[in-house]
Design a protein around this ligand. Structure first.
Ligand code: GUN
Length: 300
């Protein structure tokens, strides 16, 4: 039987709709407008696209959007001063510094200078520790989006075998923590894992987050398993015309979809969920800052 295609685009629109409802409630009942500040240093083209899209969707759900674009040679002291100013700004509830940063800036120092309560990326060491110990935290957006899709599809993932391929701080590690907190049995695999195919074949849930195009073939997938593809890789596509490219994930979609029970496509799967979860985190941060009840179902 063909796999169910998990439509991240549609799911993300629903999440943004719920965020927008809560923004209206915060405005109408409490006179508060949630605010998100995005900081971009330098001119990385992919980052510019993300930042523009974040700003547009922030405004669409009724929140205040502030963008700070800094020169690529901005000093660390100037960047830290801007973050300090945003930390102290009562109209800003979420701060996101777009990564990667130019090489002369210490990424850890910059991230850890963000007030943990405003760290809507969930990358601050305090949020990482809180997630790892099961305490209330800000949760990284991409893994949160994957978790929402899994909960929606399965109801509960308790007791299921989950294999996360990839061990990044942004996706792999927090994803494993979230799955564990939902009582899945979790394996973190990566490029050096022995017998990776056999490890993946055990999984009821496969999360592919390695950043290697179409690396996971269908014959690694247990029949009926759920496949969540976090990869966004651009490949040349001469069949579409000269100079054309296409986006592919970390799994080989056709062969995996033939075996899986459910699968997320690329594009239109995990990608749209990331920004939706960023907006959800901003509303959550705003509610916590003002002691207002948090929306249900928008965090882990
Ligand atoms: N660059 C790629 N993904 C992310 C993300 O989730 N957050 C930030 N801040 N930068 C990124």
């Amino acid at each position: 039987m063909a796999a169910t295609v998990i439509d991240g685009k549609e799911f993300a629109a629903r999440v943004r709709g719920r965020v927008a409802e809560h923004v209206t409630r915060l405005k109408d009942s409490h006179g508060i407008t949630p605010g998100l500040a995005v900081v971009l240093v330098g001119e990385d083209p992919a980052s510019q696209v993300y930042v523009r899209s974040k700003g547009k969707m922030t405004v669409e759900v009724g929140m205040k959007s502030v963008e700070h674009r800094l020169e690529a040679d901005t000093s660390e002291a100037d960047l830290l001063a801007l973050i300090e100013q945003l930390n102290n700004d009562d109209e800003i509830h979420g701060i996101l510094v777009q990564l990667p940063l130019p090489g002369h800036l210490d990424e850890d120092a910059v991230i850890n200078s963000i007030s943990p309560e405003k760290d809507v990326d969930g990358f601050h060491i305090s949020n990482v520790g809180r997630l790892g110990t099961g305490q209330k935290s800000m949760v990284p957006c991409t893994p949160l989006g994957c978790l929402m899709m899994l909960r929606d599809h399965h109801g509960s993932i308790s007791g299921m075998d989950a294999v996360v391929i990839g061990r990044s701080n942004i996706v792999g590690k927090p994803m494993a923590q979230l799955l564990l907190n939902d009582s899945a049995t979790v394996t973190i695999a990566h490029s050096r894992t022995n017998n990776l195919a056999d490890v993946v074949r055990r999984a009821d849930i496969v999360i592919a987050a390695v950043g290697r195009p179409q690396m996971v073939p269908g014959d690694w997938i247990k029949p009926g398993a759920t496949v969540i593809d976090v990869g966004i890789n651009r490949l040349d596509a001469p069949e579409r015309g000269e100079g054309k490219t296409k986006l592919v994930g970390d799994v080989d979609y056709e062969s995996c979809a033939a075996v899986a029970g459910a699968i997320t496509p690329v594009p239109g799967g995990v990608g749209p969920m990331t920004i939706a979860c960023l907006l959800a985190n901003t509303v959550t941060a705003c509610c916590r800052a003002h002691g207002v009840e948090e929306p249900d179902g928008l965090t882990a």
